[in-house]
Design a binder for this molecule. Structure first.
Ligand SMILES: [Mg+2]
Length: 246
């Protein structure tokens, strides 16, 4: 499947990509298991492990609901503050750090760059196109930078924008405008590619970028916001983007 409603690519100077489900292949993840893993690393007694995991999962869902509703950014730390594991002014204690390490290890298999992207990015860069990532994430920038470094692609990214560093999250227009600004470009010179029609396609178009869609059928229904939007481009394989740059 590859369809185009408009192919006015003459002025496009950057490809900005979503991370989860776009740069990384979409995986079904057991969201409860991530918190059971945290609770185990944290050293929770077996009898209360499931309770802590359930409480953390609830806190995470509340956080993401807020992000979806008001397009403000969220941070992993808020989840721990919500359940009282850390107080707002405190540093993490050793148990929390051990829990976070276990949680991060749980996520690691889902953080790998799709193997087709690096050569696509190299090709586009050789033609003067800038490449960037713009991600809604509750994780620290350093985690994402580590994963890109592991995959050997850090040098292929001109700009990396993470909502956890900022006040806003997609589809807030400011986070798209901020990314264009970091690239030294006008939003109209950028195409944004993502797997979500609301956060990615609608958000990009509202900010004056082209909104390109990279669909898969794995998005959980409760994460989908219905929106009437028409992507300029829909594609299913990374190398298809090359044809859309003049
Ligand atoms: Mg995504």
């Amino acid at each position: 499947m590859m369809e185009t409603v408009s192919r006015d690519s003459a002025d496009l100077k950057a490809l900005i990509l979503d991370w989860g489900g776009t740069i990384t292949p979409w995986h079904q993840v057991d969201y409860r298991a991530q918190w059971t893993t945290f609770a185990d690393g944290y050293g929770t007694m077996a009898c209360s492990l499931n309770n802590l995991a359930a409480t953390l999962l609830d806190a995470e869902r509340t956080l993401w609901r807020r992000v979806h509703d008001d397009h403000s950014s969220g941070h992993l730390r808020e989840i721990f503050e919500a359940v009282g594991i850390v107080q707002p002014d405190e540093d993490y204690d050793a148990a929390t750090l051990a829990g976070i390490e276990a949680y991060r290890t749980f996520w690691e298999p889902h953080t790998f760059t799709h193997p087709a992207w690096p050569s696509v990015w190299e090709h586009l860069r050789s033609r003067g196109v800038k490449i960037a990532v713009l991600s809604n994430t509750i994780w620290p920038r350093s985690w994402h930078e580590d994963w890109f470094a592991r995959d050997g692609v850090s040098d292929l990214l001109d700009v990396q924008v993470y909502s956890s560093d900022l006040e806003w999250a997609k589809p807030h227009p400011k986070i798209f405008e901020y990314t264009a600004e970091q690239l030294g470009l006008d939003p109209a010179e950028c195409a944004y590619l993502g797997d979500r029609r609301y956060e990615d396609v609608f958000g990009a178009q509202r900010a004056g970028m082209q909104g390109w869609w990279f669909p898969h059928d794995g998005l959980p229904p409760d994460q989908i916001v219905e929106v009437d939007v028409t992507p300029e481009v829909t594609l299913t394989e990374p190398d298809q983007v090359i044809g859309f740059f003049a």
